[in-house]
Design a protein around this ligand. Structure first.
Ligand SMILES: Nc1ncnc2c1ncn2[C@@H]1O[C@H](COP(=O)(O)OP(=O)(O)OP(=O)(O)O)[C@@H](O)[C@H]1O
Ligand SMILES: [Mg+2]
Length: 227
């Protein structure tokens, strides 16, 4: 298993109020290595919260999160940050590329401080290969403002992959795209999942996108149900 959530409970309690709002209710989930899953559910049902718990960006009130046989509750903040940098890739609804940098520079940003020339060269080769894989070879010197929305989202996928993560977490990755670009991005994520040996969790309102994944879970009333 790449991810094992065991009996996760997450609630919010507003200050001054005794009432707890339970978002994740004793929820368990196992994701196998190389698997792709979609999480669907109504707005406000806790999908992004669940993604944040999986990525250790958010804490839960009880339960355990195990990543690749490692219990994350035993790690401190710094170790968690290292864990995320090494193992996870993120794709969001908007691409968050830096406007002043070229596409290639954006993708290679994590390697900017890298002093080892060999590591840098390898990253550059990987970037160029991945950009070719997603059909962006011609755009490498363009800035995000000079690229289409769909191109920027594909670039964001490459950026998420550049450090060879074990798991990609995508929150509404096609939310800002038209139908055709959304379809392309969905196919790209599946392709990457299959060919680059990376597991994939996609949160989406789009059933078209969800159906491309091997499993679809519905989050409702704090629980996950396999559809
Ligand atoms: N810091 C917070 N304090 C209190 N409530 C919060 C906090 N963060 C999130 N919530 C609540 O938790 C619930 C779940 O939020 P979440 O963002 O996970 O929903 P979602 O399923 O991703 O929705 P959407 O599909 O609209 O993105 C929401 O009702 C939200 O208001
Ligand atoms: Mg959300």
């Amino acid at each position: 298993m790449i991810v094992e959530l065991k009996n996760i409970t997450k609630y919010y309690q507003n200050s001054g109020s005794a009432e707890k709002r339970i978002i994740l209710d004793d929820l368990s989930l196992a994701i196998a290595k190389g698997e792709s899953i979609a999480i669907v559910g109504p707005s406000g049902s806790g999908k992004s919260t669940l993604l944040n718990v999986i990525s250790s960006l958010d804490t839960c009130n009880s339960g355990n999160m195990i990543f690749d046989a490692q219990d994350l509750s035993k790690l401190n903040e710094k170790e968690l940050a290292n864990f995320r940098n090494q193992n996870l890739g993120f794709v969001f609804q908007s691409h968050h590329l830096l406007p002043q940098l070229s596409l290639l520079e954006n993708v290679l940003l994590p390697y900017l401080p890298e002093k080892d020339k060999t590591v840098k060269k390898e990253a550059e080769k990987r970037a160029l290969d991945l950009l070719e894989f997603v059909g962006l070879s011609k755009q490498i010197h363009q800035r995000p403002g000079q690229m289409s929305g769909g191109e920027c989202q594909r670039a964001a996928v490459v950026r998420a992959l550049i450090h060879q993560p074990k798991l990609i977490l995508a929150d509404e990755p096609t939310g800002s795209l038209d139908k055709k670009s959304a379809e392309q991005l969905g196919d790209l994520l599946v392709d990457i999942n299959e060919k680059q040996a990376v597991s994939l969790v996609v949160v989406t309102h789009s059933m078209d996108l969800a159906k491309k994944m091997k499993k679809i879970y519905q989050l409702e009333d704090g629980k996950l149900n396999l559809l």
